[in-house]
Design a protein around this ligand. Structure first.
Ligand code: ATP
Length: 442
């Protein structure tokens, strides 16, 4: 009897800004796998990597699948064909596909994946890694997609969220998405916090539909399968959709902002956090962006807070001596700016006392005293009373010791929304025949 083999499949970089989507390719592959004599062992995984790399199309996402089959060769060949067929190589996609046959994922795969969350990984390194670790690879173009493909199978979840992605019929690709705003609002009200980032109440804006020509109609993010399914039923659209698939993901986990950066590891395009004290009064520049520096191990690291994040009113109110943690990505130096950390969150750990100093008030005349000259104290010009020191007054601070994150519209896929702070989602029970995948009959 033929032996059953566990096969991990990872792929990435199949899309371009002009079309397609790696998750749609995954949906097509799963549709094929569902009709084969094999077992799908887990949710498809949608893993987002370092959002600050320059060549991503949108959210730097890669997909992984785990199956058990008697005939891995047949499946591998078929999946290669899918990758060739559904990749937008004419418009710059550099697809990477990897296969790994083993029930367990070794630790060094996970280490590779963890690095891809915050560093820039050379594709040569990915090719070498594959060669040394028994990974079968297939790629087109320059093979940059191998980085995400390996990372997707190596990723180990400590926390996760789910996303239900609905796909359009091919005749609708590239056409405007029409969805009832009221229904999205209602869906948010009924299912939040089990779903999140669906509707921006402040701006009355739908957050679940993309705007590009890709096959995704909408994506509902949340914690539990039932909440996602309930949410999708509340949505109203006249468009006949093709189907949906639920992915297990690291979206909303803040995964890329865990590594502590210092002057040495601050290289362009890395992501991470800096812990230190504000070194100077922040300055607002043209365009409404705020700049300041944070002192970390005696080195000043310049930080930029962009207007779009909605964090400028917080940054503006920082003062020298405030203890903070900032998270973000390192932007390459330009002609006008040094290498700078683009701030994605500000966590205030301690607020320095803000003192204003002025000449003392005469207790008898209730008048401000006059300075007698440098270091010579003060004197009331009316009654002659003297005082040695200035009057210190505490200015109340307008910001608090807490975490500040950007406006919803400036969130990255990986941004941990406020509603998820302190939340760890460990278990989402997978049943192969469950409602996580559906091709609609209409
Ligand atoms: P979408 O979100 O629509 O799937 P995308 O934003 O994921 O698109 P891709 O077209 O997949 O964009 O491009 C991202 C590319 O960057 C892939 O080739 C991926 O392998 C690679 N990549 C991912 N993480 C890193 C990293 N840390 N260092 C270098 N390359 C990376």
């Amino acid at each position: 009897m033929e032996k059953l083999r566990t096969l991990h499949i990872g792929f990435d970089d199949t899309d371009s800004p002009k079309g397609m989507c790696t998750t749609f390719l995954a949906y097509k592959i799963v549709d094929y796998l569902k009709h084969q004599d094999l077992e799908i062992l887990d949710f498809p995984r949608l893993i987002r990597f370092n959002p600050n790399i320059p060549w991503k199309t949108r959210g730097n996402g890669a997909v992984g699948l785990k199956i058990r089959t008697k005939d891995p060769s047949k499946i591998k060949n078929k999946i290669k064909n899918f990758v060739v067929k559904y990749s937008d190589t004419n418009n710059g996609a550099n697809p990477g596909l990897v296969f790994y046959e083993n029930s367990e994922i070794p630790n060094n795969f996970t280490e590779f994946s963890e690095l891809a969350l915050w560093q820039l990984i050379n594709r040569k390194h990915a090719k070498k890694f594959a060669l040394e670790n028994n990974l079968e690879i297939f790629y087109l173009g320059n093979g940059q997609g191998l980085v995400g493909a390996i990372g997707a199978i190596g990723y180990r979840f400590n926390d996760h969220t789910l996303e239900l992605l609905s796909y359009r019929k091919p005749s609708k690709f590239g056409k405007k998405r029409k969805i009832s705003l009221q229904s999205v609002k209602k869906m948010h009200e009924k299912t939040f916090p089990h779903t999140f980032n669906s509707f921006d109440n402040k701006k009355s804006r739908v957050m679940i539909t993309p705007h590009g020509p890709d096959p995704v109609f909408c994506g509902i993010r949340g914690e539990k399968i039932l909440a996602l399914l309930q949410a999708s039923k509340i949505l109203e659209t006249d468009e006949k959709l093709a189907g949906h698939m639920i992915f297990k993901s690291n979206q909303g986990t803040g995964d890329h902002l865990k590594h502590i950066l210092d002057k040495k590891s601050i290289k362009p395009y890395t992501s991470g956090i800096v812990i230190g004290k504000v070194s100077e009064t922040p300055k607002m520049e043209k365009g409404g962006h705020v700049f300041f520096s944070i002192i970390c191990k005696d080195e000043a690291i310049p930080c930029a807070v962009y207007k779009q994040t909605g964090l400028t009113s917080i940054a503006e109110n920082l003062i020298s001596g405030d203890s903070i943690i900032v998270g973000g990505g390192i932007r390459k130096a330009s002609k006008i700016h040094p290498r700078v950390l683009n701030v994605e969150f500000i966590e205030i750990k301690n607020l320095h006392t803000n003192l204003s100093q002025s000449n003392p008030i005469c207790k008898i005349c209730n008048k401000k005293m006059k300075s007698k000259g440098q270091n010579q104290g003060f004197k009331c010009i009316k009654c002659g009373k003297k005082s040695k020191s200035k009057l210190s007054k505490v200015i109340p601070r307008k910001i608090k010791k807490q975490m500040y994150i950007p406006n919803m519209s400036a969130h990255r896929h990986l941004t941990r929304p406020l509603v998820r702070i302190g939340k760890v989602n460990k278990i989402s029970k997978f049943t192969e025949s469950g409602p996580w995948f559906s091709v609609y009959k209409n």
